[in-house]
Design a binder for this molecule. Sequence first.
Ligand SMILES: C[S@@+](CC[C@H](N)C(=O)[O-])C[C@H]1O[C@@H](n2cnc3c(N)ncnc32)[C@H](O)[C@@H]1O
Ligand code: SF4
Ligand code: SF4
Length: 436
Amino acid sequence: MDIKIVEERLNEIYKLIKLSLFKEASEKIDIVIEDNNINNEQIKKIINNLLDILFKFNEDRKHKEAIDTVKVISKFKDYIKDKKIENIILNELELAEGKIFLHSKPRSLQVVLTTMCNLDCIMCGLPQAHYVMPDSIKKTIIDYMPYLESVIWQGGEPLLYKGFKDLFYSASKHNVEQTVTTNGLLIDNDILDVIERTQGTIHLDISIDAVDKITYAKIRRKGDFNILLEKIDLINKKMLKKSNQNFMLGMQPVIMKSNYKQLDQMIDFAIEKGFSKILFQRLYPSYLAVNEGLNTDENNLVVEKIKEYKEKLERQQKLINIDSNLEYIKDNLNESFVCNKNAEDNCNNINIEQNNNLFCLAPWKRMFIGREKIVMPVCHCDVDGIKVDNIDDIWNGKGMIDFRKHMLEGTIPNQCNTFCKTSGDCFERIRRTGKC
Ligand SMILES: C[S@@+](CC[C@H](N)C(=O)[O-])C[C@H]1O[C@@H](n2cnc3c(N)ncnc32)[C@H](O)[C@@H]1O
Ligand code: SF4
Ligand code: SF4
């Protein structure tokens, strides 16, 4: 059959599914499959399109429709050979069915490799924790690799972790999108070689809180601005040769009293040095940097300036993306949800119709593995520091199960309602989609 006719039929099928006309869509799909006229490329495209519809149903909390969409996708099961795609489908189905014990594997990880660091920044207490991720967790992460869509490597300084290159290799072998947040000073040719060869997308986010030597040295104690400049040059030289375009160099300043007047210089620096994005981060309260917090006027000034820059750079079509989490959303605090600490500790699934307005999808899709076996959906979901005993079972350990249960019962932890709900777009996106 003519490719054009097949395309038209498929578009018709997608429309029917979006309108929840599953019976009609299924009949038409049977005809397309029986015609036996679709090639592998088309199958891939069909599955991707159906997955997008499936994601959208769950994101809109239309879980019944999501379950019906999975039934439609199952008609192509003989063609799906990829473990990652199988896992995505099972995961979306388990979410839609309100399962709290999951047979699907996590799709995204955020991992603290070590809290050790070569620097001693004024606002960060992490190096004092002296944590190094044990090999047992490293092994668990490598087992998850074939199923993962993305992973964020965190520290301390992640490049100090001795198994970093193994994990990096393993993730790139399985085409996992990787984000590394680093102070940048330990980047070397070896790491850049791996980045150069990997097929998956790499976000290399370098924390740079000042673009002059004196302020840099004041904030990033033990850091050397000249070395940082050398490392950025090395990255630029090496990455110019990289054939695939899946490399993103990011700059991440934390905005505080010592640097909030230097926004213009930071943006000029980022453009000049070839960064593709800047994320201005708000300073989280730290007993170490009590005098560095901005007052409301200063914060508003920064927020306004970032907004102006965003608009200006968009108009000029400059290829740099500016993002920020300094905006503080005061409204909308819903006090009616309270943490139900007495929720029963069992694995019975809850009828999802009890709560078809799930507050957050993250507990089904992603997992943060912090220091001392602390496990939760995202690093900021800190409730009581949920420690797990058995690292083989972290994905279905008490911590993650409780989060899923709270979401289903509508008894969400306070942290979700206060910090997370007032922290801007990125956090909103995580709650709505379960993805960063
Ligand atoms: C803890 S660091 C770990 C990664 C790496 N060592 C680095 O500096 O990029 C992760 C990010 O948190 C930022 N950070 C540290 N202390 C902070 C604080 N009190 N408030 C907000 N961000 C902070 C760092 O600047 C960095 O961008
Ligand atoms: S480099 Fe990163 S981990 Fe190290 S002290 Fe600074 S912010 Fe903390
Ligand atoms: S709402 Fe926010 S804090 Fe709560 S589980 Fe989701 S991501 Fe974590």
